[in-house]
Design a protein around this ligand. Sequence first.
Ligand code: ADP
Ligand code: ZN
Ligand code: ZN
Length: 639
Amino acid sequence: MVLEVLQHAPGEVVRSALPPVLRKVDGKLPAPPLNYFLTRAGRERLEQPAGRQKTQFLMLEALAGGARAGETLSGIGSQWRKTLSRLREQGWVKEKPALPDQATFAPGPQLTDEQQNAVDNISRDLRHFHCHLLDGITGSGKTEVYMKLMEVVLARDKQVLVLVPEIGLTPQLLRRFRQRLGLEPAVIHSGLSQGQRLEAWAAARTGLSQLVVGTRSALFTPMPKAGLIILDEEHDASFKQQDGFRYSARDVAVKRAADLNIPVVLGSATPSLESLSNAFAGKYAWHRLRERATRASLPGWRVLDLCQQNTINGLTAPALKSMGEAIDRGEQVMVFLNRRGYSPVLMCQQCGWHGSCDRCDANLTWHRSARLLCCHHCGSQRKAPELCPDCRADALMGAGEGTQQLEEALEQRFTGIPVLRFDRDRTRRKGVMDKQLGEVLKGDACLLVGTQMLAKGHHFPNVTLVVIVNIDQALYSADFRALERMGQMLQQVAGRAGRMEKPGTVILQTLHPEHPALELLLTRGYEAYARWLLEERQLAGLPPAGYQALLRAEAHERSAVEKFLQDAIELFPAGEASAHGPMPAIMERKGGRSRMYLMLTSPGRSSLHLQIDQWLAGLRDLPSGRKTRWAIDIDPQEL
Ligand code: ADP
Ligand code: ZN
Ligand code: ZN
């Protein structure tokens, strides 16, 4: 059980599973969702010219094909609800309660042998709990496999829950589901209004919606006829919620499937080490897709040694040259910056020096504001140097440059070519993501600049070149998961290149082309790489070979946090699990508070939980705990 309920009252756990509106319980369930359809007057209106009310006319057109759920009109204008009520006031549109979706299956492509094998093996026994890992390279057609399985389950009048890591990914996927399965999915994610969420939630709850698609927050959607859970991009760290009530969506999805006695399919081109080790051990059924479903070949890699090259805004001359050539051919280029999820490392851009700990086999983390280099394993720290200690160059920089600077630089260099930026700041505004994606899919030459979010699941037929600016902070991160994430990220980003008939190239810039991890990944592939990482974890007793938890604490005063954690470590009961620390969190100051943690490790899960349980009462009574905010994080994804 990985639900972290230790420091949460049961009510809190239940609350976070319900849409916010329902938390103000008055016992009433919301009305069923409505479908909207054209009246005769509405049809007559459509025969007239559009006139000035363009948006109203568009919506009428959208309804001409038959009744639709309100949700499906949300792409029409910025205020579709208002437009819809205007149409109703005019008597052009009426509503009726939505009937259960009637599936009108559209045939998909002929499956490849590998796809067919996976479908056959998984559908052989859909009536019981079993965990399936669909391990298929990018473009191998995992989504087609999901849809075939969904057809089978839907035809038995069961419900399917599909979980995806990013809201931004859902429109493409929803379109495919609609076209293939002929039904309107209920969509649940945290970006929806309360009303929208409630509507979707009720549709699932009443069994009216057979298909529920959502992000992590959809995990607890009640489904009376649940028949299958699919978790796409199962390796994605966003399935782990980092604030407040913490749980790993992957583990909870598996648990939920077990409770419901239904199968769960975890899909990824780069499975997490946890899932792979379960597959290696035979606990999960392992379905591999090793070929692309379309004719597209896998991209070629080109590694550029940053030590040998001058850079302009982080880009080397050969990279810029290739970018120019691709643009001249009318193709699209993706420039990828790896910014989030890694601890910052101070590096020399001249010789590649980076700080490492004298006492541990570990790299130092750069705390920019405090000008310190810290070891997150033993807690030692020292002042960050001004000049490179090795070559004396004034070339020390935090690894990873900003997307915005890069966007500006590219705009200057490639005048007249659109530069589309995909990062959290840019796509936070509603509609920006869709608009930019639409532009990319038009296929004209353009440059895409972005972070992690670009690496996920998108299908861009005209992207032929991917440039990865720098991944070195991952090679030397203090976070033991950094190499796993790096391998997944490289593989995923590379999967964006050359998805159709044009071959793709991936350029990787690094100060450490000879790094063994990189070499292994690029020459032997992700599976070999993952096996090697698993062996390393085994040797170090790290997850999934061992188990970890953190006692996190924060307060305005660093000394208060330290005092509490020191008191806490003394109370830690003896046993198989042990406690280490206190250590500062990688982002030590956040929102004006100091954050630190104790690391708890154990070869066995039950001993870890048992000892934490014994520990808790004492922790709650600690006077020093009153001045700090603290929580226990089981299976932490970051430090
Ligand atoms: P994945 O999810 O594994 O990255 P997708 O399911 O998105 O792959 O498939 C990639 C592309 O290949 C899509 O355009 C899809 O329509 C196409 N495709 C998938 N399976 C087949 C098939 N059996 N025959 C032809 N095209 C296919
Ligand atoms: Zn140097
Ligand atoms: Zn150290």
